[in-house]
Design a protein around this ligand. Sequence first.
Ligand code: C2E
Ligand code: MG
Ligand code: MG
Length: 318
Amino acid sequence: LAFDVHTHTGLALFPGHGSDAEVLLRRARVAMRDAMQAGRDYAVFAPALDQEASRRLALMGELRYAIERHQLALQLQPKLHLASAAICGAEALVRWKHPLLGQVPTFEFITLAEQAGMITPVTHWVLEATFRQRYAWHMAGIELPLSVNLSAHDLRDPTLLDKLKGLVETWGAKPGWIQLELTESALMVDASAAVETLHSLKRLGFQLAIDDFGAGYSSLGYLHRLPVDAIKIDQSFVIPLVQSEDCATIVSSAAQMAHKLGFEVVAEGVESQDALRRVTELGCDIAQGHFVSHPMAADQFGAWRAASPWSSPASLAH
Ligand code: C2E
Ligand code: MG
Ligand code: MG
């Protein structure tokens, strides 16, 4: 058994950063968190870090109320099926509009919620909103899958499967209505437990996708054990694609490998017509990104799709 161990050290100095043990320890911990976030071996405490830490703490305190005060909303970002040139689904992305701070960047509050052990209520809210939205689509005759992002913590949440079962029953959800996106790094936290959870999710009728593919450290040998339907190639390879031959090679190799394993290939971060053409040439099946559309309020989706060049109904396979 091999362990890959990393350490991050936080330093607080007596007496400049505090004169009693409790304050020094707390500030050393704040510095350690800074080192972790920056991916550095160590960091020294600085007063600005304390302000940042209090800001985060305040934000997390307020996230508790954000749900009950209806400050969260879903946006949808369409996915384009390349061969049929038709919209074939959308990804649900959560947004938090704070009454004083305005829009809080999603990645920031999701990461904070994960660290603070508060992701479960957020995930449950997002799942409820997504099922409700998918049902509304069904009633409006839009039969496309909606994707939801899950966190590493969600995979270990013992209530996740029951929550999902309950939602499937409540909304009469059909298999394939909802796709779940899991990042590579989330799957690697406890790989064998993750594989089991994925199997249970598949049995419940969910499609599964590996998000941010290529950005984590998953071993390739482990991929074939995953019961997933799609991989989403990380935007860090797709955005520079038009200028970078290296990125083109990575995208096309990932697509080939994924196809051999029977997975569908989504390119994330398609920002231009050129990028769309390139990902098509390199063998991707689906494109998502600003060129197709920025994420939009859920109630705009139907009209947007009807007015887009990709309005013909996609095959139900997607
Ligand atoms: P993700 O799942 O990989 O989502 C794609 C992100 O890329 C979104 O950012 C989207 O707005 C952005 N994006 C889409 N097209 C383009 C493009 O062409 N160029 C560029 N530069 N960016 C593009 P967003 O909404 O800020 O979300 C960031 C991340 O936060 C997501 O990455 C996902 O990991 C996480 N996230 C978002 N919503 C949820 C949620 O409901 N639950 C959980 N657990 N995580 C979420
Ligand atoms: Mg995603
Ligand atoms: Mg992604």
